[in-house]
Design a protein around this ligand. Structure first.
Ligand code: FES
Length: 239
């Protein structure tokens, strides 16, 4: 082996677990799936949010969820599972109450992301793509979350935890495990992965404006430009 082979971090992600037939999808869920399908000119465009709704209800992409999406959209279960297994945000196994991601892509890696992942993994007693026995935490090695100016970055239920250190991660996990109120470093209150999935499905929780939409580090260049009266040249002035 050359040593330069691309290493996949999803080598064992596998298929949806068809042996776990448990589901909490009921008539109310079916009505919400139909609601989502009705929001698009072409109903099939709703498949991604519909799968997020399935996750919010069943804690994973369940066989019943695949069938429900296929029924509502009039497509095959193979077409639904093909989509569900393509994207890493769709889980094939149950996630935890809190889904913790640690970024180890280039800039976060340089800033200690791999060490952070090791520490969090040891603290939780699970490897990436596993869930703790009590169902409180699941862990994922994540790719760049477009927050490189706050590296190294962790996510909890897809909320940003910026400029993390092993000590901060340790306290964060302790606080979440103890059920204490925890907020993202950008302000949003941490609820649960399933609640976040419901928001991703398109059912707002009224908290979209908690915290700034962009952090200070991301806006630094703009604020320097503003202070100096700098502006991008107009296209018509470009020679
Ligand atoms: S490399 Fe981690 S957020 Fe970009």
């Amino acid at each position: 082996m050359s040593g330069h082979e691309f290493q996949s971090f999803f080598p064992d992600s596998g298929e949806v677990d068809m042996t776990d037939t448990s589901t909490s999808i009921d008539e109310a869920t079916m009505a919400e799936l139909r609601d989502l399908a009705g929001r698009y000119p072409q109903a099939r465009s709703a498949l991604l949010p519909m799968l997020h709704l399935v996750q919010s209800v069943d804690g994973r992409i369940s066989p019943a969820g695949i069938e429900a999406c296929a029924d509502v959209l009039g497509i095959s279960t193979a077409q639904v599972s093909g989509v569900a297994t393509f994207y890493t945000m769709y889980r094939r196994r149950p996630g935890g109450k809190h889904h913790v991601g640690v970024c180890t892509t280039a800039l976060c890696a340089v800033m200690g992301g791999d060490t952070l992942l090791e520490k969090v993994s040891a603290k939780l007693g699970i490897e990436p793509d596993e869930t703790t026995a009590d169902g409180t935490f699941s862990l994922e090695r994540i790719e760049c979350n477009a927050a490189c100016d706050f590296a190294p970055v962790m996510m909890v239920n897809w909320e940003f935890m910026d400029n993390m250190t092993p000590a901060k991660a340790d306290k964060l996990i302790d606080d979440l495990a103890a059920g204490k109120d925890v907020s993202s470093t950008r302000g949003a209150k941490i609820t649960s992965w399933r609640e976040a999935e419901r928001v991703l499905a398109g059912f707002t929780d009224g908290r979209a404006d908690e915290g700034p939409s962009a952090g200070e580090a991301s806006l630094l260049g703009k604020s320097i430009a503003d202070a100096n009266g700098w502006a991008a040249p107009k296209p018509e002035d470009a020679k």
